[in-house]
Design a protein around this ligand. Structure first.
Ligand code: GTP
Ligand code: MG
Length: 203
């Protein structure tokens, strides 16, 4: 799978601001600062496509990108959408703004007709928190396919990785769950993720 083009489309805080064109889509969600925007930049290989910040709470809107995928051997370009969602669990947000967040994200999930799967990002160094688990359960309950990605995999060694992945599976209550380790600075996990995208986004 090759990404031949990646462009920013739109930012939305309401449904009427979503892009008009509906494309098979993958959305990225996770706690604030987990590395969603970095992963999008690594995946597309465009450093500044999504804004990254060391301060949590950077992404506050739903950001849509369009990619053109070329499948090995084929000539066709398949347009797909990539959706960067604002992070949850940012400690400094008020209860009120958390409610607004939940409504806003739920509205996206429940109305995104072409949403094929969601990547739930978890920091490989931490055991999933209550909010991560709730997010995971919510997606499963709503029959939205989930790929769990363990981000910042470059920050720990090989053995610690294995231990952490097992702890994550346990915390999410699914012992056979596939969890893809990802290291954005090294693009590690990139080709595996592209394969999953091909499977879900290009029929
Ligand atoms: P919000 O938009 O606030 O929800 O955050 P986000 O999930 O988009 O995180 P972002 O990509 O902005 O990354 C947060 C911080 O983690 C930045 O300082 C990144 O450089 C760093 N980071 C992200 N991914 C990785 C990774 O795979 N490895 C390492 N070492 N650092 C990473
Ligand atoms: Mg972000």
């Amino acid at each position: 799978v090759v990404i031949t083009k990646a462009t920013y489309l739109a930012s939305a805080v309401r449904r009427d601001q979503y892009p008009e064109e509906c494309r098979p889509a993958v959305a990225f969600i996770g706690r604030s600062n987990v590395g969603k925007s970095s992963l999008i930049n690594s995946l597309t290989r465009i450093r500044q496509l999504a804004r990254v910040s060391s301060k949590p709470g950077k992404t506050q809107t739903i950001n849509f990108y369009e990619l053109l995928l070329k499948i090995d051997g084929g000539e066709a370009r398949h347009p797909v959408h990539l959706v960067d969602l604002p992070g949850y669990g940012y400690a400094k947000t008020s209860r009120e703004s958390r409610k607004v967040w939940a409504k806003f994200i739920e509205e996206y999930f429940l109305h995104a007709e072409e949403l094929r799967f969601v990547c739930l990002l978890l920091d490989i160094r931490h055991t999933p928190m209550e909010s991560d688990r709730r997010m995971f359960d919510w997606l499963v309950e709503h029959d939205i396919p989930v790929l769990v990605i363990a981000t910042k995999a470059d920050k720990i060694g090989r053995n610690a990785r294995r231990t952490q992945i097992a702890a994550m599976q346990k915390a999410l209550g699914v012992s056979e769950l596939t969890i893809l380790p990802y290291a954005s600075p090294k693009n590690e996990g990139r080709s595996e993720l592209l394969d999953v995208m091909k499977e879900y986004l290009v029929e």
